[in-house]
Design a protein around this ligand. Structure first.
Ligand code: AMP
Length: 219
């Protein structure tokens, strides 16, 4: 097992970047946000527990997150390569992830920090639309679907996430600065941090692929 991490403010483009990387490599995209939204949709106990936090733009408790991540890794192939999107988000999650990887004899390859100016973040989030079925990410102007409101991949309905509302977006940015900011220092000290200029989608993917071993193509 190998892993890479995507760090960045909400709206920095982590989900889109992770999708591009997984399309062009054998890395598997693991998004804790997507997994939590799946749990919400399924109406599970875990989903109900997470909802109260997500609706306010707060972080879901570490033990809940670690439960879903560990279950996900355990159900995957032993030699799988993961790109984590939106995880870890706290120092505690980062330490626990380190333990989980070590227990699988796995290696953390690098930690990408997607950097974008805050004004761009707000624009990206307000225009963001997600497929209800497969979770694919669009933007009404920057990445429009071929047919308005319909997913190009699976024909699912596109919707705006409740937590992309302006008030919640502001809180999520504050939470990122306060709780996730410390991870930047943590991984920098470990010599794993790779800063990525994430203003342009194509260039973001190219910068990331350069740092991933075997990041060329599936062929
Ligand atoms: P995202 O789709 O990554 O922006 O996540 C949406 C929401 O899910 C966040 O605002 C949090 O409430 C919750 N969430 C996702 N990943 C995590 C995580 N690693 N730790 C805590 N909460 C998370």
């Amino acid at each position: 097992m190998q892993a890479a991490i995507l760090l960045g403010a909400p709206g920095a483009g982590k989900g889109t970047a992770a999708e591009s990387v997984t399309e062009q490599t054998d890395f598997v995209h693991v998004s804790t946000g997507n997994m939590l939204r799946e749990e919400l949709k399924a109406g599970s106990a875990l989903g109900r527990e997470a909802r109260a936090y997500m609706d306010k733009g707060e972080l879901v408790p570490d033990d809940v997150i670690m439960r879903i991540v560990t279950a996900r890794l355990e159900s995957g192939a032993p030699d799988a390569r993961y790109v984590f999107d939106g995880f870890p988000r706290t120092l505690e999650q980062a330490r626990l992830l380190g333990d989980v990887l070590a227990s699988h004899g796995a290696r953390l390859l690098c930690v990408f920090l997607l950097e974008v100016p805050e004004a761009l973040v707000v624009d990206r989030m307000s225009g963001r639309r997600i497929c209800r079925e497969c979770g694919a990410v669009y933007h009404i102007r920057n990445i429009p679907p071929r047919r308005e409101g319909v997913c190009d991949h699976c024909g699912g309905e596109l919707y705006q996430r409740d937590d992309d509302a302006e008030e919640t977006v502001r809180n999520r940015l504050a939470v990122f600065r306060k709780q996730t900011g410390g991870l930047i220092d943590y991984y920098q000290r470990m010599g794993l941090l790779v800063r990525v200029d994430a203003r342009d989608r194509e260039l973001t993917t190219q910068q990331m692929l350069r740092h991933l071993p075997g990041g060329g193509s599936r062929t």
